[in-house]
Design a protein around this ligand. Structure first.
Ligand SMILES: Nc1nc2c(c(=O)[nH]1)N[C@@H](CN(C=O)c1ccc(C(=O)N[C@@H](CCC(=O)O)C(=O)O)cc1)CN2
Ligand SMILES: NCC(=O)N[C@@H]1O[C@H](COP(=O)([O-])[O-])[C@@H](O)[C@H]1O
Length: 192
């Protein structure tokens, strides 16, 4: 049976991308077929090279071209997984992959989401608000940032001594524990 193809979009270090790649290595029904990145030299590009996965470097203009959506469809892409991708996914791509683009956000949406809310800025806002808990949200992608329907959420405590860096480590632990199994569950729903 043909494996379901997932394409990872990432802009940064790529620890979530690496976790997904390792989880689906030799998987019976799912394969990571491509990594898309908008930051030449980002850590995720080194991971793609090391893991022997095709890398496609794009910019905002290319991301927004209808041709790009067509190329991903022609490559047989089944799901697009945003693993720390920092550009807005355009309507052209959302229309080409309805309810098949999934994002992970490092906080408990709907709080601490939207434009400017990425990476360190998210944890800084949570700490500054003296929240007692944070966590992760895995959600479908719609045309707004961090607005699509929630698929999965889980939490971690925030202590008074936490810094944005220590909170990022707690959240990243949750991401690496849950993202791949949640993606697997969604993809396997489509495997007849
Ligand atoms: N259409 C959508 N696109 C994207 C979503 C989404 O939900 N809908 N999620 C983001 C990921 N994300 C939070 O989870 C996020 C990423 C980046 C930003 C942001 O403010 N970006 C800056 C540009 C940063 C840069 O270029 O370095 C900006 O837009 O000014 C907010 C949220 C991925 N895409
Ligand atoms: N709003 C989007 C956002 O902040 N995404 C976050 O970027 C980090 C990427 O880390 P990684 O490159 O090591 O996977 C992850 O924590 C992810 O939740």
């Amino acid at each position: 049976m043909k494996k379901k193809k997932i394409v990872l979009f990432a802009s940064g270090a790529g620890s979530n991308a690496r976790q997904l790649i390792h989880y689906f290595k030799d998987h019976a029904s799912v394969t990571v077929s491509l990594i898309v990145c908008n930051k030449p030299g980002a850590g995720v590009t080194k991971i793609a090279e090391r893991e022997g996965i095709e890398l496609m470097l794009i910019d905002k203009h290319r991301l927004q071209s209808p041709d790009f959506a067509k190329i991903l469809l022609e490559k047989g892409t089944d799901f697009i997984i945003l693993a720390g991708f920092l550009l807005k996914i355009p309507a052209t791509l959302i229309e080409a992959f309805p309810r098949h683009i999934i994002n992970i956000h490092p906080a408990l949406l709907p709080k601490y989401g939207g434009k400017g809310m990425y990476g360190h800025y998210v944890h800084e806002a949570v700490i500054n608000a003296r929240e007692k808990e944070s966590g992760i949200t895995i959600h479908y992608v719609d045309e707004q940032y961090d607005h699509g329907a929630t698929i999965f959420q889980t939490t971690c405590p925030v202590s008074a001594s936490d810094t944005p860096e220590s909170l990022a480590r707690k959240v990243q632990f949750l991401e690496h524990q849950h993202f791949a199994p949640v993606v697997e569950r969604l993809v396997l729903k489509e495997v007849s």
